[in-house]
Design a protein around this ligand. Sequence first.
Ligand code: 13P
Length: 265
Amino acid sequence: MTQRRPCVGGNWKMNTDRESAVALARAVANAAQEHKLEQHADVFICPPFVYLDAVRLELEADAPEGPTLGAQDVSEQPNGAFTGEISSAMLQDLDVEMVLTGHSERRHVIGETDDVVNAKTRSALDAGLMCCLCVGETLQQREAGDTDRVNETQVRAGLAGVGAHHLDSLVIAYEPVWAIGTGRTATPDDAQAAHAHIRALLADLYSPDLASGLRILYGGSVKPGNAAELFAQPDIDGGLIGGASLDAEGFIAICQAAAQTCHHA
Ligand code: 13P
């Protein structure tokens, strides 16, 4: 059985300005090169849309093995009268390789439904982008004992109509809403339980073989100090990092923890 390659993404959310975005990308690329991270892990960064091009130019300048470029969202529409939206083709025009769909802030703050998340996921995958589908329960849902049911609903709905041939381009991120930006991390055991449940569901939806090859990332207050114990869990294949990805040194320490700790098959 082949090992799953560790994967870590930095979701910068609505932070940085042009200058600090370029500087952060440069610092991440330099550190990634210094630690030869590309030999051990996939690393991507998701700057705000408006800085993607500036970051791309910086990364292309002399960091061929630096992080790949991701976007925080994508439209499900190919083009047309959709004011403010950004299409897959526009992102590919800027060498973006990965998009996030279903992030909890888009579900719970912007109001995206499971149907919208599914349309975005399918559209991005059909266009040839990698897609990181994010799922996770709220505190209320966890306290009501609904964690697995909520994740199951979001995974099933998010992947409706996504064929097995797309799974190579898919990553799942489990991000419990109550752990995002709160400093409250899921315990390694709780995170592992949710990941194992999601992987079992994927085995059901596709096949045990395909499910065992899919990367499931954990997100929610991951820091250099707690990354290794999370990533040591057998079904946690890396992380999606918010706040801690805004500090290059901390982010790279998390990537190194993934490279050293996630060797799951
Ligand atoms: P924090 O790491 O800031 O909790 O954010 C996690 C997240 O939402 C990544 O997408």
